[in-house]
Write a protein that binds this ligand. Structure first.
Ligand SMILES: Nc1ncnc2c1ncn2[C@@H]1O[C@H](COP(=O)(O)OP(=O)(O)OP(=O)(O)O)[C@@H](O)[C@H]1O
Ligand SMILES: [Mg+2]
Length: 373
């Protein structure tokens, strides 16, 4: 099962979903829900620039998929009243690709560079100069005869987006005047988002219904909007179209998304860890075989959210369930069950040090923080 097929995947879906997402995007900063601090800071950056009649500092939006980076980029252009040019890291394979974009920007235009961490290295150098001096050197010719022709470009605002801020080279990160870290949303914020989307989709929903959808959305607006649409389908076919708490609960039970937003795979991994391995520790590949999945699938698709939820811990000895995992599945831990937080609680420092040496019996997956997104 690929991550994209999951109802609870935070990644963007196919073209159909993208059309709906576009329709649900807030257009102005005031309509953007949650991320209070980012919103306030950004508002200051933009409005002070407007007042001074200058282009604002370049903005870096960093955060997981589906948290609103693209939405904010569009809002920035709208607030500035300037056109928006959209490109992405993977589209820029050579410096020339970037030069072509930069040299055709109009004064004050907002350039949205999505997945900026995936841009080609040579283009990065060019971007540094463009960001700082609004100038690029276009290299003409090859070898010893090559010459660099400086080219002025119109002052612009770069909005970079990345799900991997850690992968950005320092010099690039430093050239952004404002870095916005987007966090997961609180249930109360997601509830407001769900109600707003319901209004736009012409769906009737009660407060309880919205809260139920919000609670199962993993802190992510994209997932909230997707669950809302599935619950709407259910409400239209099985009921009178109104989404109440009970209906949302029934619908999401049918779609196998539980109260904490765990789906079938998440629950299978957790159930196996508890029932077959007494809560662990168990190695990643053994755990994966026990649920009939590839280790990568378990590690990349299921585990990050389980870890984030504090249901599972990755230790040098293998995967361990936390007390919360037993509670969530309504199971009683055996008296001897080792649990993270008690017997085998190895702090991060120990984990790192021990991970290398204790590698023999423990089949360790990649326990880097980067996969715990
Ligand atoms: N703060 C918000 N208020 C209301 N809706 C939001 C908010 N943030 C995101 N959304 C909705 O969630 C969906 C996904 O948002 P968006 O495309 O901006 O995420 P993203 O961070 O760019 O994701 P990716 O990393 O996959 O590009 C959009 O439909 C958008 O309308
Ligand atoms: Mg995006």
């Amino acid at each position: 099962m690929s991550a994209e097929e999951r109802l609870v995947s935070a990644d963007a879906g196919g073209p159909d979903e993208q059309v709906i997402e576009a329709a649900l995007r807030p257009k102005r900063l005031d309509d953007f829900i949650g991320q209070q601090r980012v919103r306030e800071q950004l508002s200051l950056v933009l409005h002070s620039a407007l007042r001074r009649g200058r282009t604002p500092d370049h903005v870096l939006l960093s955060g997981g998929p589906g948290l609103g980076k693209t939405t904010l980029a569009m809002i920035i252009a709208a607030e500035l009243g300037k056109p928006l040019r959209i490109t992405s890291g993977p589209a820029i394979e050579r410096a020339g690709d970037l030069a072509a974009v930069l040299s055709t920007l109009s004064e004050g235009e907002v350039l949205f560079l999505d997945e900026i961490h995936r841009m080609a290295r040579p283009a990065e150098e060019m971007l540094y100069m463009a960001m700082e001096d609004f100038r690029v050197d276009v290299v003409v010719g090859k070898g010893p005869g090559a010459t660099a022709i400086p080219l002025d470009i119109a002052p612009f605002t770069l909005v970079g987006a990345t799900t991997r801020a850690g992968m950005l080279p320092g010099p690039l990160r430093d050239r952004f005047g404002f870095v916005a870290h987007m966090d997961f949303y609180e249930p109360a914020e997601l509830e407001v988002i769900v109600k707003r989307s319901a209004r736009l989709l012409d769906v009737r929903i009660t407060d309880g219904g919205a809260a139920e959808v919000a609670d199962r959305s993993r802190g992510t607006p994209r997932i909230a909007n997707r669950l809302l649409r599935r619950v709407r389908d259910y409400a239209e076919v099985r009921a009178d179209g109104v989404i109440t708490r009970e209906l949302a609960r029934d619908a999401l039970t049918l779609y196998e998304v539980d109260e904490r937003g765990l789906d079938r795979l998440d629950r299978a991994v957790l159930t196996s860890l508890l029932r077959k391995f007494g809560g662990g520790p168990v190695g990643l590949s053994t755990l994966a075989v026990s649920v009939g999945e590839e280790p990568e699938t378990v590690e990349v698709v299921a585990e990050p959210f389980l870890v984030r939820q504090g249901l599972l811990a990755r230790t040098p000895r293998g995967r361990i369930a936390t007390p919360a995992a037993w509670a969530h599945l309504g199971l009683t831990p055996p008296p001897t069950a080792p649990m993270a937080g008690t017997l085998f609680d190895l702090g991060d420092a120990v984990e790192e040090g021990a991970g290398k040496g204790a590698g023999k019996g423990a089949e360790q997956g990649d326990d880097q923080d980067s996969v715990i997104s």
